[in-house]
Design a protein around this ligand. Structure first.
Ligand code: FAD
Length: 535
């Protein structure tokens, strides 16, 4: 073939591709080829509402349509159509849209499946008190799971700090909070899933059945299937929580205490271990600080560190009302082993449900000041224990200067509570820390609060880790190139890729994660041998 022939061939191919891409899915939808019990919507306001997320970092890209499913079969019908069409088109589940970097979006040629839509009937949570589990729809919000299980005096064991997140959304990542050191992340507390794969099959999976898919989907960033039902393990719900914060000026002493606390097992231990860094007057300014009562600032000033970094350990002890006589003593005994600044103890006591739902209170406050719907250039990193002190020196005491623009969480977890067979990626050490830089950008704030400044700071933090050879792994990862994804998964990449080929061969699902090539580039329909037996 001459060079001219080659280029005209490429041009024609490109034109055909463009034509198919432009009309493929929209044609299919317009002719009502997809029959569902829920409904599709094409209304501009609905398309707009799913085209942005909590991060607000990208210009919104509206999808072709939004599906409000009322069953797994609705999701399966859509995916089967996407899978079987000449140009496979993207389908992304959207939980509650709390991603930062467009992970639940599809771009202009796709269909977003709104899993958490309030105005459509989806299966109700079903609690099995004898068996201590609850079956929930994949789009259920954790706050609603809690309400339902509490009716039976039960509750899930492992949480996120914020409950207005969807079950499918957190299980696609990991779902972590201060209980993870003991119970593992939320993905370690799932007994069974129903998943609609990228071929449109509805598959039940668990430790006993379709095991590969079960572990792959947990922490799988939505790459292998849409979770339509999850069976979550429960425990008797505590009634009250003693919530304590203490301060440290030494990072070494702070982390030593945190690591000691997460090494404790058995009955006598704290139930939740977190912590945060205070590099400026963050105690007062950060949105998670609603804990401190108006009476406390006096105390805070008494432990002022003259501008240097402080660290706050946050711990809780759960108890039943019948134990209220003994909880003080138990907490006192546990705290005796810790080495915080003696004058810096802040204690409060509240209902279990109020503790779990604490961030929502902060949300309401920020919303009232128009400070919730602002860009959030968050960066979440898992840092190996062996290098956390280098991270402190380089980042908390270095790159951050003395301005933060939001809470910086830091707490350790035990790797043995994470199932190695799940798709979640963590550092290769027995103990690793979550460092969550949860910043909000303000367009009219100081230079250090501007979006570009904070994004650049994130870039510098990642660059610092790379140069210092601190093998961090991103949590809620966001990578720009496939090379970076390969690096993220390390020696698990081949397995991840082969699961993709098995369960989503046309790269239809969760394309907003930008891990695999876009399906619109897949010119040809799947061969009959690779299609599923069920359709
Ligand atoms: P979305 O952002 O809508 O979706 C996330 C990804 O999962 C997308 O790729 C999407 O396609 C996929 N997905 C969604 N639903 C499904 C499904 N049913 N099946 C398969 N794939 C699906 N995380 C923690 O671990 N701990 C915390 O304490 C914590 N606190 C947070 C506090 C706030 C205020 C916010 C905004 C986020 C917090 N997160 C926390 C992060 C949260 O876990 C992620 O945002 C996560 O993506 C869940 O959000 P979502 O349910 O809105 O999912």
């Amino acid at each position: 073939m001459t060079r001219e022939m080659t280029s005209s061939f490429l041009l024609v191919t490109f034109a055909i591709c463009t034509l198919i891409i432009a009309v493929g899915p929209s044609e299919l939808l317009r002719i009502g080829a997809i029959d569902v019990d829920g409904h599709f919507t094409f209304k501009p306001s609905d398309l707009a509402s799913v085209s942005s997320d909590f991060g607000m970092l990208k210009s919104p890209e509206e999808p072709l349509a939004v599906l409000h499913p009322s069953s797994a079969e609705d999701v399966a019908r859509l995916i089967r159509t996407a899978y079987g069409s000449a140009t496979a088109f993207p389908v992304s589940a959207r939980g509650h849209g709390h991603s930062i970097n467009g992970q639940a979006s599809t771009g202009r040629n796709g269909v977003v499946v709104e899993m958490s839509h309030r105005n459509i009937r989806t299966p109700e949570p079903l609690v099995e008190p004898e068996e201590m589990y609850v079956d929930v729809w994949g789009g259920e919000l954790w706050v609603d799971v809690l309400k339902k299980t509490l009716e039976h005096g039960l509750a899930p064991k492992s949480w996120t700090d914020y409950l207005y997140l969807s079950v499918g959304g957190t299980l696609s990542n990991a779902g972590i909070s201060g209980q993870a050191f003991h119970h593992g992340p939320q993905i370690s507390n799932v007994l069974e899933l129903d998943v609609v794969t990228g071929r449109g099959e509805v598959m039940r999976c668990s430790e006993e059945e379709n095991t590969r898919l079960f572990h792959g989907v947990l922490g799988g960033l939505g790459q292998f299937g849409i979770i339509t039902r999850a069976r979550i393990s429960l425990e008797p719900a505590p009634q009250r929580v003693r919530w304590i914060r203490v301060l440290y000026s030494s990072f070494e002493v702070f982390t030593e205490d945190q690591e000691y606390l997460i090494s404790m097992h058995g009955q006598s231990k704290f139930d939740y271990v977190e912590g945060f860094v205070i590099v400026d007057e963050g105690l007062v300014n950060n949105w998670r600080s609603s804990f401190f009562s108006p009476r406390n600032p006096v105390k805070i000033s008494s432990v002022s560190s003259n501008g240097s970094v402080l660290y706050c350990l946050e711990i809780t002890k759960n108890y039943h009302e019948s134990e209220s006589d003994t909880v003080d003593l138990e907490v006192e005994i546990l705290m005796k082993e810790l080495n915080f600044i003696p004058t810096s103890v802040f204690t409060t006591d509240l209902q279990y449900v109020d503790f779990l739902d604490r961030v929502h209170k902060a949300e309401l406050k920020l919303r009232s000041k128009n400070l919730w719907e602002v860009p959030h250039p968050w960066l979440n990193l898992f840092v190996p224990k062996s290098r956390i002190s280098d991270f402190d020196k380089g980042v908390f005491k270095g790159i951050l200067g003395n301005k933060t623009s939001g809470p910086i969480l830091i707490y350790p977890m035990n790797k043995d509570k994470w199932d190695e067979r799940s798709s979640a990626v963590t550092p290769d050490e027995e103990v690793f820390y979550l460092v969550a830089l949860l910043r909000s950008a303000l367009s009219d704030g100081e230079e250090t609060q501007k979006l570009e400044y904070l994004k650049d700071q994130n870039r510098r933090i990642l660059e610092f880790c790379e140069q210092a050879k601190i093998n961090v792994k991103q949590y809620l990862p966001h990578h720009a190139t496939q090379e970076e994804w390969v690096d993220h998964y390390g020696d698990r990449w081949d397995q991840f890729r082969s699961m993709k080929a098995e369960f989503d061969p046309r790269h239809i699902l969760a394309t907003g994660q930008k891990i695999f090539q876009n399906p619109s580039l897949a010119l040809f329909p799947p061969s009959p041998s690779s299609s599923s037996a069920s359709w």
